[in-house]
Write a protein that binds this ligand. Structure first.
Ligand code: F6P
Length: 367
């Protein structure tokens, strides 16, 4: 009797998800490995993250078609080339106390005959997988978030592709900024972690980088800009993380909505900073909010590689009965960590190690 693996993608989508689904499927169904391991698998995709397991009715063929997809090597053959997730995703939280659908999820896992769940996601999605594991469900996690804020791993799927988008968009902005001698404020994603802004800003040569981990002073930003007055190049690029705050202000939110994991929609700080700079320095200033461009497009080479290695490792963990753990990479090696150890805190930028608090930019002394 084959062991049934269910794969799902939860939370924000990003390039690399489809590659991870592909390599879980290819590895589980690999005839060479099957012969060597004498373990036979079936693989199904669960659509729209945990929502699929809440809503599916295993006795209804129409519902099965709506919420699940039987996966095989032919179906996933080209998936690793494309961004997004072909299984769909959601921010559904079965343990949301307002709805508490976890019993329904447990029941559907049993009725679908699922033996193991591979959950590909960030701290929210993996938090659900960890709680299900504590309730007796065999789960394995694969780290994914463009924010780079998961502890326990040196890399999460999506981050590199997002940094490339930031770099490409800032390169594109430079021509118009230079033509008009304008200052451009570029808002990145990242929630409460500044990695995207810091590394996106560093690799594209931004003059100022503002991150949530170090509240900034607006007057300091303006004085740094005035220091550049008289230079030949009269434009400047400022990168600000959506979660950045000023010393006396709270974070900026797009609206008052809160998702099922308690997250608010951050956004709007770039517009505010642009307005303040223009008012205080008189320099023409515009802003760009990169928003979901950072989650779009095709996976970078690094995300394709990490998706492959994480997907293969997830099946190794199933064969080794290594459950309740997340695949991870440490100093270039693929390994795993207990999921419960990666969920109680975020991987934030260590300001002492990586950030220059005088120049509001990356550190200029590294060794
Ligand atoms: O966690 C990934 C992320 O892209 C954050 O950087 C961002 O704040 C959030 O998701 C946006 O969520 P949504 O796609 O639901 O608007």
């Amino acid at each position: 009797m084959a062991m049934k693996i269910a794969v799902l993608t939860g939370g924000g989508d990003c390039p690399g998800l489809n590659g991870a689904i592909k390599w879980v499927t290819k590895t589980a169904l690999d005839p060479y490995l099957e012969a060597k391991r004498s373990v036979k698998f079936d693989v199904i995709g669960i659509k729209d993250g945990w929502k699929g397991l809440v809503e599916v009715d295993p006795d209804s063929p129409a519902s099965l078609a709506r919420h699940t997809l039987k996966l095989d090597e032919e179906i996933v053959r080209a998936w690793d080339r494309y961004g997004g997730t072909n299984l769909g995703t959601s921010r559904t939280n079965p343990f949301n106390p307002k709805k508490n659908q976890s019993a329904k999820v447990m029941e559907n896992i049993t009725r679908l005959g699922i033996d193991v769940i591979v959950a590909i996601g960030g701290e929210d999605t993996l938090g659900v997988a960890s709680r299900l594991y504590r309730q007796g469900v065999k789960t394995v996690g694969i780290p994914k978030t463009i924010d780079g804020d998961l502890v326990g791993t040196d890399y999460s799927l999506g981050f590199d592709s997002a940094v490339n988008v930031i770099m490409e968009e800032i390169d594109r902005l430079r021509t118009t900024a230079g033509s008009h001698n304008r200052i451009f404020v570029v808002e990145t994603m990242g929630r409460h972690a500044g990695w995207l802004a810091l590394q996106g800003g560093e690799c594209s040569g931004a003059y100022i980088i503002l991150i949530p981990e170090h509240p900034f002073d607006m007057d300091r930003v303006c004085s740094l800009l005035l220091e550049r007055r008289g230079r030949e190049v009269q434009y400047s690029i400022i990168v600000v993380s959506e979660g950045a705050t000023m010393t006396v202000h709270q974070e900026f939110c797009r609206d008052n909505k809160v998702d099922e994991f308690g997250h608010r929609s951050l956004g709007g700080i770039a517009a505010y900073i642009a307005q303040e700079i223009e008012a205080k320095t008189g320099q023409e200033t515009r802003y760009v909010t990169l928003s979901h461009l950072q989650r779009g497009g095709s996976p970078s080479a690094r995300d394709r590689l990490m998706a492959r290695w994480f997907g293969i490792a997830a099946v190794d963990m199933i064969v080794n009965e290594d459950f309740g753990r997340m695949v991870s990479t440490r100093q270039g090696e693929i390994t795993s960590v207990p999921m419960k150890e990666v969920l109680d805190r975020l991987n934030l930028v260590d300001v002492r190690k990586y950030y220059d608090v005088e120049r509001y930019n990356g550190k200029r002394s590294i060794l």
